[in-house]
Ligand binder design. Structure first.
Ligand code: TRH
Length: 385
């Protein structure tokens, strides 16, 4: 009897993740692994070479064990001493990581070779559409394919677990739920304060932004998770050794340092804030699902190729904005990514606040019309078999 398409999806998937630096690699693969289990009923092993980075996003991780289950995902320590393991039906190498050679041989030894994909970095550039889904290298009998996330039809889409936007909307419509969540993190903003979250790499432009926020007649409560931007915050405050829990007030600006919270809590933080400064890849996508105006600190790459990615995204994102609002966003994002003075750009953006708020929600809904990345991967596999 032929297998039903649904049964065909119930296969074993292996996801390989090397933590290069920061949290994007594990952030994306952990999210994907959970979603493949929760939304698609798949059997997923997540191979991670650095469980300590993983533990920051998921405190339940036991960094000392070789095998454990978290949220239905089998988490495996990917150590240098590779033990013989059967290859799965679908193999995802995240961000071009190199699979163990013994595992590659195990893939080739299967009667039916697995579907082998490289999950690439997110980019809004047009060439992504042409390359998504194309064959890449071959190892013996096993063909590898490019799988590109993206913002436009013809790409692999963005990670978005089922029910995400409904949950977000309910939370944003409940002042009580937001208050309870914030209080749980020790955050008690003044009722008229705007909430801003700040997750960024080192940035020389920060002091000019904090100056203008402090001088503003609208009070701001700035929430800064522990991380790389803290040195710039310390310099601006004229203090040293900021740690989670620190709270400093300068005129209209309250700066509060937060612990690095678990991934789900970080989502809720983004949902609470009026404006989110995010970085990298995963927090950038999550800020879009928050439906609030945002600022992206893109991960810097050699020869400034990240600036092409920044411009490609801005070209898509600002479609539908009025010309002055579009210019304000372009100016603000470029200043931030160049570490330049932010003050004029921030003031200009503030002039278009209602439009930017509406646009953030509209962009989120437009993006949600596309199939999400996990569903697109499953569909790719179904088409492939
Ligand atoms: O940490 P990042 O700078 O990761 C980067 C990028 O992904 C970049 O593309 C990649 O090449 C480079 O790493 C190696 O930013 P990103 O992608 O936003 O990842 C942060 C993750 O941390 C994200 O999953 C959200 C999560 N997070 C928490 O779980 N709790 C927190 O408190 C915070 C601030 C973040």
């Amino acid at each position: 009897m032929p297998e039903l398409p649904q049964a065909k999806n119930r296969r074993r998937w292996d996801i390989f993740c090397t933590v290069v630096d920061n949290f994007g690699d594990i952030g994306v693969t952990w999210r994907l692994a959970r979603q493949l289990v929760a939304d698609h009923g798949l059997e997923v092993r997540l191979w991670v070479d650095d469980l300590r980075a993983f533990e920051r996003l998921c405190p339940e991780i036991d960094t000392h064990v070789a095998q454990q289950w978290q949220a239905g995902v089998e988490v495996r320590q990917w150590s240098t001493e590779w033990l013989a393991t059967d290859a799965a039906d679908v193999v995802i190498a995240a961000f071009a990581c190199q699979l163990p050679s013994a595992y590659m041989d195990a893939m080739a030894a299967r009667v039916k070779p697995p579907l082998w994909m490289n999950l690439d970095y997110l980019s809004a550039e047009d060439w992504v559409i042409g390359c998504h889904g194309l064959p890449s290298v071959k190892y013996k009998t096993v063909q590898k394919y490019f799988f590109f996330p993206g913002f436009q039809p013809g790409t692999g889409g963005l990670l978005r677990e089922s029910g995400l936007l409904e949950r977000r909307r309910q939370f944003q419509q409940s002042p009580e739920a937001q208050r309870t969540f914030l209080q749980g993190l020790g955050i008690d903003p003044a009722p008229n304060a705007q909430l801003i979250s700040l997750f960024a790499y080192e940035n020389a432009g920060l002091s000019s932004w904090l100056d203008v926020l402090a001088a503003d007649s609208t009070p701001t409560h700035l929430l800064v998770p522990e991380g790389r931007i803290l040195g710039d915050v310390e310099r601006w405050l004229g203090v040293e050794g900021l740690i989670a829990g620190a709270l400093h007030v300068r005129d209209g600006l309250t700066v509060q340092v937060l612990p690095f919270v678990r991934q789900d809590q970080y989502d809720h933080l983004l949902w609470c804030c009026d404006f989110n400064a995010v970085r990298g890849e995963d927090s950038f996508v999550r800020a879009q699902w928050a439906g609030r105006p945002m600022l992206w600190h893109i991960y810097q790459q050699e020869e400034d190729i990240h600036l092409d990615k920044l411009d490609a995204f801005l070209a898509l994102y600002t479609k539908g904005l009025s010309e002055p609002a579009s210019q304000a966003i372009n100016g603000l994002w470029h200043a931030w990514n160049a570490g330049h003075d932010m003050s004029d750009h921030w003031r200009k953006a503030c002039k278009h606040w209602p439009e930017l708020q509406k646009h953030a929600e509209a962009w989120c809904l437009e993006q949600a019309l596309q199939a999400d990345l996990a569903a697109a991967l499953v569909q790719f596999y179904v088409n492939w078999i």
